[in-house]
Design a protein around this ligand. Structure first.
Ligand code: IPM
Ligand code: SF4
Length: 469
């Protein structure tokens, strides 16, 4: 009898092409996703070595970080020089190397981590890499998805393999049911609150338990997306009937007999009874509340019913960090979180830019107006999410409430395109990072779920969405 394996062990073992004596492995890569920020030097390296892309049919590129999200973006003048150079380089590299490409003009364009699953490129049991830390998102399908650096991007382009050492196994179990108003975003932020941003260092996290099983594929992507903020190398969720239903019929999913064979294999992708985990965290779904971040790290998270913590309440080295965070955020210890006024709302990103996120936000906004003077925008994760939201009438709800309804891209998740905070502006954001300057120099970010961001847009301050339901 073979030893019981975790889901991570199974996918890993199925992809090891070579293992060196010191344990360094060469891992076969099934899908390589590429965006404009981390790929230019990699393609340049290939060019200089006169090498082709090894598996162009498994390589998928889309520009997302630098692209403006306003309707006039076809006009090159809407981009800074640096942004334009990166996007034009991707246009050229995609053409020269013959890889799959979704240019800005294509309705399928969007954030790489939303486009991959949507087009059926991401499937259970695969190894997926991208020169981007939030590649962890694809783990929602039971795919082993690693974020990689630019030199590794070049290596994968050239060889379709990645040099890796195996990580350790960590289990994060969310038992029971979530309470009303609590979402996947609250799960993933609460996990980071419990483990800290280094809690997952060296591990691949498998999320399991009833509350995870109950999530839609969109919600599972939200959870895995932030595995990286918890320090983990990747996040994973075992595929099930929901996963198969999401994948079926997608443009690049297998069809017919190949589909049947694939599903039969996918059904073997679960952690065996008795498999060993090096670390385990269990949270009760019932105990998770709608949360917001108050500081400049995703671990600075608290239930919305709490107050801004006193730096002195932290241990050791964290006291200074907490004080600095409060100074940067312009907050006072003891202040009620619900008293924090905001002037900007950003709903979007690879964490929360999918259709379900927009349904949740629209449910709160329907028939309401955002606070006077509020700058609020909804940025779809892809052109197809945008089209679906328009068809479902969600876009009109946002527009009627006073939101800007944008084109797809990373947008205000990071300050690499025209959507940015000015110094001192304070934003309720559905994205995943809140460090100093993330959304623009001097900008202040509070991370939360789409429903919570919608509630804050209406009241003008951080708000407990449960009071609006
Ligand atoms: C620009 C890119 C390399 C970066 C990442 O890897 O995460 C970005 O997507 C981010 O979220 O900060
Ligand atoms: S949406 Fe944000 S987190 Fe996601 S890939 Fe873009 S910049 Fe990174």
């Amino acid at each position: 009898m073979t030893a019981p394996k975790t889901l991570y062990d199974k996918i890993w073992d199925a992809h090891v092409a070579h293992e060196a004596e010191d344990g360094t492995c060469l891992l076969y890569i099934d899908r390589h996703l590429v965006h404009e920020v981390t790929s230019p030097q990699a393609f340049e390296g290939l060019r200089m070595a006169h090498r082709p892309v090894h598996a162009p049919d498994k390589t998928i590129a889309v520009p997302d970080h630098n692209v403006p999200t306003t309707l006039d973006r076809a006009n090159a003048a809407t981009m800074t020089e640096d942004s334009r150079i990166q996007v034009e380089a991707l246009d050229k590299n995609a053409k020269d190397f013959g890889i799959n490409y979704y240019p800005v003009s294509d309705v399928r364009q969007g954030i790489v981590h939303i486009v991959g699953p949507e087009q059926g490129w991401t499937l259970p049991g695969m190894t997926v890499v991208c020169g981007d830390s939030h590649t962890a998102t694809h783990g929602a399908f039971g795919a082993l998805a690693h974020g990689i650096g630019t030199s590794e991007v070049e290596h994968v382009l050239a060889t379709q393999t990645l040099i890796q050492r195996k990580g350790k196994n960590m289990k994060v179990e969310i038992t029971g049911k979530l309470r009303p108003g609590v979402t996947a975003k609250d799960i993933t932020l609460s996990v980071i609150g419990a483990t800290g941003t280094a809690g997952g260092t060296g591990y691949v996290i498998e999320y399991c338990g009833e509350a995870i099983r109950d999530l839609s594929m969109e919600g599972r992507m939200t959870v895995c997306n932030m595995a990286i903020e918890g320090g983990a190398r990747a996040g994973l969720i075992a595929p099930d009937e929901k996963t198969f239903a999401y994948c079926m019929g997608r443009p690049h999913a297998p069809k017919g007999a190949q589909w049947e064979a694939a599903v039969a294999y996918w059904k073997t992708l679960f952690t065996d009874e008795g498999a060993h985990f090096d670390k385990v965290l269990t949270l009760k779904g019932e105990d998770i509340a709608p949360v917001v971040t108050w500081g400049t790290s995703p671990e600075d998270v608290l239930p919305i019913t709490e107050v801004v913590p006193a730096p002195g309440s932290f241990k050791g080295g964290k006291v200074e960090a907490a004080q600095r965070a409060l100074d940067y955020m312009g907050l006072e210890a003891g202040q009620k979180l619900t008293d924090i006024k905001i002037d900007t709302v950003f709903i979007g990103s690879c964490t929360n830019g999918r259709i379900e996120d927009f349904r949740a936000a629209a449910a709160i906004l329907k028939g309401k107006k955002i606070k006077d003077g509020m700058r609020a925008m909804v940025v779809p994760g892809s052109g197809l999410v945008r089209a679906q939201a328009e068809e479902e009438g969600l876009a009109q709800i946002f527009i009627d409430a006073g939101f800007e309804w944008r084109l797809a891209g990373c947008s205000m998740c990071l300050a690499m395109n025209p959507d940015q905070l000015a110094p001192g502006e304070r934003c309720a954001a559905t994205s995943n990072r809140n460090f100093e300057g993330r959304q623009g120099r001097g900008g202040r970010t509070h991370l939360m779920s789409p429903a919570m961001a919608a509630a804050a847009a209406i009241t003008g301050h951080l708000t407990d969405v449960r009071e609006m339901m």
